[in-house]
Design a protein around this ligand. Sequence first.
Ligand code: ZN
Length: 84
Amino acid sequence: MSTSASRRRFIAGATCPQCGEVDKVFTQTRSVRISDSEVASEQRERGCVACDFLETIEEVVTKNAPSDVKSGEGGDWSPVKLPE
Ligand SMILES: [Zn+2]
């Protein structure tokens, strides 16, 4: 079972910056997926059904990017060899 990734919501009274039509502008959220179960980010887009206008408003990262940061090596101590 899967739901549609994008849901359009029309913005009442909004004017399309490209064609100037009113009430044709919508926003939608599009999920950018890494895999079937992992969502990397969600893009909020604004578009127009009267023309082909579409732009990304903002991108929301929902998952931390995989970090390769190694944990500290525990300082700069080094083993001391006792003289025999
Ligand atoms: Zn338009």
